[in-house]
Design a protein around this ligand. Structure first.
Ligand code: AP5
Ligand code: MG
Length: 217
């Protein structure tokens, strides 16, 4: 099973990916996480991506192409994968189709997380992350038991550099301009499932689970 999860910044792609991966054995391919790791490690890709990411702009398609080809060349993806935050331009979607054709693979379902923009501000400004295990928290909706500490591993929580109102505005405009056409691209293939992402975390996951059970049947 090969899946793709798409939605505006803060819609819950990472949160839902974690829950899906707890249930299904899939490889999580998050271009955002891969790029943040590259920035942290100071790799050539990281150096190219850093400025775009901090401003909230999309990283150029060529950079993304290279990291995807490299990731999909690893054998573990044969078990199935979950793309999170990729593709997010129509160019990337067309490119992905070509890459997958070569590998004799396809996308089975696109999960589109729908949510109104005003709901995203608290999700983005309230998000806290564990730099050690990747757990995602929110000081308003999903706080850790002890302030500033990860429940799972005890590490000090951090905030992403692009989780501020200025970058969010740019990220939303990139989303409308470049990523909404990607949803239309997959609509034409009739593989998009629309999920109401404004509900509580458990309810959003329940709705996704129903769609996935339908796919596995
Ligand atoms: P990326 O990391 O993909 O960021 P994004 O798309 O802006 O999405 P986020 O990760 O911010 O949100 P999310 O939907 O994962 O939400 P989460 O689950 O964390 O990309 C970052 C940057 O990298 C881009 O701006 C770009 O520069 C670059 N990039 C990445 N991929 C690229 C590509 N393919 N092409 C070009 N550039 C690329 O949840 C958010 C918060 O809400 C959390 O605090 C969470 O606890 C909370 N929450 C989640 N669900 C709920 C709920 N149901 N109710 C209440 N709270 C909730
Ligand atoms: Mg994310």
């Amino acid at each position: 099973m090969n899946l793709l999860i798409i939605g505006a910044p803060g819609a819950g792609k990472g949160t839902m990916s974690e829950l899906i991966l707890n249930r299904y054995e899939l490889v999580h391919v998050s271009t955002g996480d891969m790029l943040r790791a590259a920035v942290k490690n100071g790799t050539p890709v990281g150096l190219k991506a850093q400025g775009y990411m901090n401003r909230g702009e999309l990283v150029p398609d060529e950079v993304i192409h290279d990291i995807i080809v490299e990731r999909l060349s690893q054998d573990d993806v044969d078990a199935g994968f979950l793309f999170d935050g990729y593709p997010r331009t129509e160019n990337q979607a067309v490119d992905l189709d070509e890459i997958l054709k070569e590998l004799d693979k396809k996308i089975d379902m696109v999960i589109n997380l729908n949510i109104a923009e005003e709901e995203l501000i608290k999700r983005i400004t309230g998000r806290r992350l564990c730099p050690a295990c990747g757990e995602i928290y929110n000081i308003y909706f999903n706080p850790p038991k002890e302030e500033g500490k990860c429940d799972k591993c005890g590490a000090d929580l951090i905030q992403r550099k692009d989780d501020n109102l200025e970058s969010l505005e740019v990220r939303l405009s990139e989303y409308h301009k470049n990523t909404q056409p990607v949803i239309e691209y997959y609509e034409k293939k009739d593989i998009v499932r629309h999920i109401d992402a404004a509900q509580a975390i458990e309810k959003v996951f329940e709705d996704i689970s129903k769609e996935l059970e339908g796919l596995c049947r």
